[in-house]
Design a protein around this ligand. Structure first.
Ligand code: GLV
Ligand code: MN
Ligand code: MN
Length: 419
């Protein structure tokens, strides 16, 4: 079989309307009144979206599997089933006020590619598997991208089972409910190692839109460091306790955050520093706060810069803690990722083959592909999103751009699955 011809003919069967309808059908699970989705990991909405995918696969006689961390796989068999599969996908879980495309697009673009292959009458040499990874977002259960991390052997299943969300729900309990609710048979961790992994995603930034391009070929992902900071003070009466004798944990935390903002400000505006969660206890207007917990999300393309910032955080925090006690703990570190050159080359060839101008670009956001890249070659295909807006209910993308990315994906899948 001529891989180039079959790949381009398969891409020609990608349907913009079918993909858009599929995206809108899945966006109904956890739909919010502002047009976004709240489909957090291992919720009933997340499970319902997975059930939708299983029904889709059953209608087409594709096999489905789940692994013990709830990653869901849809398998299109190859003519040589024993070969390692080409894998593609992303995640179906969302931020609490998330958009309709972050994650879902990568999963549904993969399934659209399977429909296109079917319509083209093409069976590839290698199997193709489309995956929905568990808990990419990390907003309900921390850390994020845990499904792909466990799949890749970077974390153990045991290390996450006892994690609790803010309501006290234990990961292990809702994982069991999700696996039962999703209904696909179990497959052991480590039983399938992909030959290559490709992930489609909206860019989540403004670059492609600004250049009026439909396709980004992703070179890599910046490093990510997540920390938890706990500031301990002493609860006291707001009316009777003089300011100078207080141990006000929030007041100390405000000073610490301001100092860390300054530490992480660089001339090029490259360092990303975010405090996305700050919990104040007891959270009563007339009690001096006794405890504050806040998170730090720190990112940079250069691991040395992340490490050097990290090494100064405890000292800066302690210097601003005043009469309070501060403790910093590490929650996640994923070093910068450089994607596999041969997968990048295949994506570029597919874009050229289909006549799309593309941009080589890095990813500011984290993705499951960063874990897959360590066990098999990985690469990513970006498409523009409106105004670069993401992690926001207003997130939007056009059917034409989403279909363009699915065509490049389909072409690349056939190219790699016939290699
Ligand atoms: C995933 O959304 C990330 O944190 O980049
Ligand atoms: Mn995502
Ligand atoms: Mn996200």
């Amino acid at each position: 079989m001529d891989a180039t011809n079959s790949s381009s003919s398969a891409a020609g069967f990608v349907s913009e309307d079918r993909l858009w309808k599929f995206l809108m059908d899945v966006a109904a699970y956890g739909a919010t009144k502002n047009g976004g989705v709240n489909r957090q990991a291992l919720s009933v909405e997340d499970t319902a979206a997975k059930q939708h995918v299983v029904s889709w696969a059953d209608e087409r006689n594709f096999q489905t599997f789940q692994d013990p961390i709830g990653n869901l796989f849809v398998r299109s068999e190859g003519t040589e089933p024993d070969l390692r599969p080409i894998m593609t996908g992303s995640h179906l879980d969302s931020q609490p006020t998330g958009g309709r495309f972050d994650g879902a697009y990568g999963v549904l673009a993969g399934l659209e590619a399977l429909d296109a292959l079917n319509d083209a009458g093409i069976q590839t040499r290698r199997p193709i598997e489309v995956v929905a990874w568990t808990n990419e977002e990390g907003s309900r259960f921390s850390p994020g991208a845990i499904g792909s991390a466990v799949f890749a052997g970077h974390n153990t299943l045991a290390s996450v089972l006892d994690v609790v969300d803010r309501e006290g729900t234990v990961f292990r309990d809702v994982l069991a409910e999700t696996i039962t609710g999703t209904g696909a048979p179990l497959r052991a961790l480590g039983s399938v190692v992909p030959h290559a992994y490709i992930e489609n995603h909206i860019e989540q930034g403004p670059v492609l839109e600004g250049k009026d391009l439909q396709i980004g070929v992703v070179s890599g992902i910046q490093g990510i460091c997540h920390l938890d900071v706990v500031v301990l003070g002493e609860e006291a009466h707001a009316g009777t306790t003089p300011r100078r004798s207080r141990k006000d944990a929030l007041s100390a935390a405000v000073g610490i955050i301001a100092a860390l903002e300054e530490l992480t400000t660089d001339d090029g505006d490259t360092i990303r520093f975010t405090v996305g969660r700050c919990e104040v206890s007891p959270g009563s207007p007339n009690t001096v706060p006794g405890r504050v917990h806040f998170t730090i999300d720190l990112r940079h393309p250069d691991s040395e810069i992340i490490q050097s910032m990290r090494s100064r955080i405890d000292e800066v925090a302690a210097a601003k803690a005043g009469a309070c006690i501060v403790a910093v703990s590490d929650n996640l570190y994923v070093p910068p990722t450089t994607f596999e050159p041969s997968v990048i080359a295949a994506i570029r060839d597919s874009a050229k083959n289909l006549g799309y101008e593309y941009l080589d670009m890095p990813s500011g956001a984290g993705h499951d592909a960063m874990h897959l890249n360590a066990i098999c070659g990985a690469g990513m295909i970006f498409v523009p999103c409106l105004g670069g807006v993401s992690h926001n209910e207003a997130e939007s993308a056009t059917p034409a751009d989403l279909a363009a990315g699915a065509r490049v994906l389909t072409d690349t899948l056939v190219r790699l699955a016939n290699s």
